[in-house]
Design a protein around this ligand. Structure first.
Ligand SMILES: Nc1ncnc2c1ncn2[C@@H]1O[C@H](COP(=O)(O)OP(=O)(O)O)[C@@H](O)[C@H]1O
Ligand SMILES: Cc1ncc(COP(=O)(O)OP(=O)(O)O)c(N)n1
Length: 277
């Protein structure tokens, strides 16, 4: 990919956007997204949707930003910057989903990754049924890649996911919601399926597996994966390659995750690629 050159001979990196919530503990949400973007040498921009009081033990409080605030952030960005790829994260009520969906439509962008954050792997539920309905009708149909975890895929497919066959069936059922492809993530599966993901488009179905990392410090792995996919798309990769490279990145970052606090620590984004890794 040929990058533009600025007048000071500096190359200009692709601009990417995360539409997501803040995690005060720094493990997930926009904090994980921006660390991932920095690792990929893309310029990360942000539309904040919610502020969570959260640490390694769990989510204590969620304050949604107003649709007006979210709209103002979109306006400021798109009136000035050209976004090459974006991801969405936590959207905690239906008006916020509708607002974000409306702005995405006007962007006319194909590189849209929707992480339908509803239930964290630790079991925190972020959304009500009206929000899920809005996600299904307005946002998911705009996704090039949708990235539900096991529990989110169960909600979207209305199907219990217990094995590889039900992961595949869920992926195919979710495609009917109108996204171009879906990655059913297996971080919350058990046994040999833990860490195995299923990617489906209308033309293709792929099983993606890297090595399993035995660590309790996995907080923010879903956000990191979606942000890494977004960065890879911005660098011109196809959806499947973007996902494969992002999965390798998450595996390496999980290898370098670290214990801070009494609960699940974050991924070690900046240690990926170090000589000792
Ligand atoms: N212990 C692990 N070892 C390797 N990969 C993992 C592990 N846990 C999660 N992953 C991978 O991390 C990514 C995020 O998945 P998951 O944890 O299911 O999402 P979420 O964080 O949204 O609940 C997926 O690619 C999944 O396979
Ligand atoms: C503000 C905020 N956004 C998203 C999440 C969920 O993070 P995710 O990486 O999808 O899930 P876990 O791997 O941490 O379960 C969050 N906790 N906070």
């Amino acid at each position: 990919m040929q990058l533009p050159i600025a007048s000071n001979s500096q190359t200009v990196p692709p601009v990417v956007l995360t539409v997501a919530g803040s995690d005060s503990g720094g493990g997930a949400g926009i904090q994980a997204d921006l660390r991932t973007f920095a690792s990929y040498r893309v310029h990360g921009t942000v539309v904040v949707t919610a502020v969570t009081a959260q640490n390694t033990l769990g989510v204590e409080r969620v304050d949604a930003l107003s649709p007006e605030s979210v709209s103002a952030q979109f306006h400021a960005l798109v009136s000035d910057l050209k976004i090459q790829a974006l991801k969405t994260g936590v959207l905690v009520n239906a008006p916020l989903v509708e607002t974000v969906a409306k702005h995405l439509k006007t962007l006319n962008l194909s590189n849209i990754v929707v992480d339908p954050v509803m239930v964290s792997r630790a079991g925190a539920v972020f959304v009500d049924s009206a929000t899920i309905a809005a996600l299904k009708s307005s946002l998911i149909p705009q996704a090039l890649i949708l990235t539900p975890n096991r529990y989110e895929a169960q909600i979207l497919a209305d199907l219990e996911i217990t094995n590889l066959a039900t992961m595949k069936t869920a992926a195919q059922k979710i495609l009917e919601l109108g996204c171009q492809s879906v990655l059913v993530k297996g971080g919350a599966m058990t046994g040999e399926l833990r860490g195995l993901d299923v990617w489906a488009s209308w033309q293709q179905l792929e099983i993606l597996q890297t090595e399993l990392i035995e660590t309790p410090h996995t907080h923010g792995s879903g956000c990191t994966l979606a942000a890494a996919i977004t960065a890879n798309l911005a660098w011109g990769e196809t959806p499947l390659t973007a996902i494969q490279k992002a999965k390798d990145f998450v595996t390496q970052a999980l290898k370098h995750s670290y214990p801070i606090g009494a609960g699940q620590g974050p991924l070690g984004h900046f240690y990926v690629g170090f000589p000792s890794s």
